[in-house]
Design a protein around this ligand. Sequence first.
Ligand SMILES: NC(=O)NCCC[C@H](N)C(=O)O
Length: 429
Amino acid sequence: MEKVIEVNVQSEIGKLNGVIIHTPGEEVENMTPENAERALYSDIINLSIAREEYKQIKGVLSKLTKTFEVKDLLCNILKDEKIKAEVLNRIEKIEPFIGEEAPKGSLKEQLMEEDAENLSRILIEGVEMVKDNLTKYLSKDWFAMRPMHNLLFTRDASMSINNEVLIGRMANAIRDRESVIMRSIFDFTPEFKTSTLSLPATPGATSRIQTIEGGDVLVAREDILVIGNGARTSTQAIDLLMYEFIRRKSEKTQHIIVQQLPHSPESFIHLDMVFTLLDRDKCMVFEPLIMNPGSYQTVHIKIQNGKLLGIRSEKNLLSALKKLGMELEPVLCGGSDEWNQEREQWHSGANFFCVGPGQVLGYARNNYTMEAMNNAGFEIIKANDIIDGSTDISRYQKYVITIDGSELPRGGGGARCMTMPINRTNIEW
Ligand SMILES: NC(=O)NCCC[C@H](N)C(=O)O
């Protein structure tokens, strides 16, 4: 990397100037039917097909913006021996077993011997268990260090909010190493100008109470965060963020709009599975929940000058945003038929990622959603047509670039989940 890039994300829709991605590797196949659920996958996926599909995402993003692969970023920082030791110390805090005694030295000592290239691969793909003591011999586990099966969903373990990076506190231990690695990348990559923010852990609180993941955090505007509260992000973590804003005593008002989410089925894990922003005046919604939240509340929290100015319930997410001057026309995931809405939401139909205002990426398979997008004025363009040059994307203003998604959605996410933007041009509202 040559040029310094400043983390700056003040919206979900500003022109994208830099994004962190991860091309799926062996780690997505390193699972058995028995542990696929523990890996947070709804099925074992076929890597060679997933890779072909992912090529479309990477191919398109590489044409439109600067892309950074987690593995390269990690390898870069691990070249420094002191940083390597610090990263392994951080990992040991969450995976203490790497420091345990073993006949050929602890796993941590062995990892320390690896060069940066190998170590970055190993940390991602996992380390097979050597059966060198009785406990391991009798253990049913294949891996001493579990693979990071979900690393391709770079959205969740860290999140750019204005000029900072909030580090995810994951709801499932299987994803903890991802946040340690993302924090280390942002702390130690000299070319990334930012600071990382980790929510303070309340003494005595069990670690899985105060959790927050990037799929639940949307930067709607510089002063508005929209946060999902459900299976992955808890009210307690949102409170910690609120206290952080209070402590800062900023004169600028900070709004947090919280949308409660159902805890099941698993396709509702994050807010971005039911609500994403598409343009200055358009958003994608899973209608049954976003328009008619019923018992799932929408709550507006307002902070200014170090004070909580208000905390109150709103009719729904769109009316809360409208009151703050963001009037959004909803485009319906799955169209207007309830059956199609459910089917397409399940396959990440609402999960769009903006490369610019009115310019988004999403899965091709969700036909009714695509029809609704087209009716809302978005041109539907195949990723491969952009990659092979047969379509010149600069001729279009408003579009959806469609990615083939037969295997990738089985990992549990879509285009927004697989992208972690670090710089967007600010929007003139
Ligand atoms: N932002 C997202 O919705 N991310 C999808 C994460 C899927 C992953 N298998 C998980 O369950 O954490």
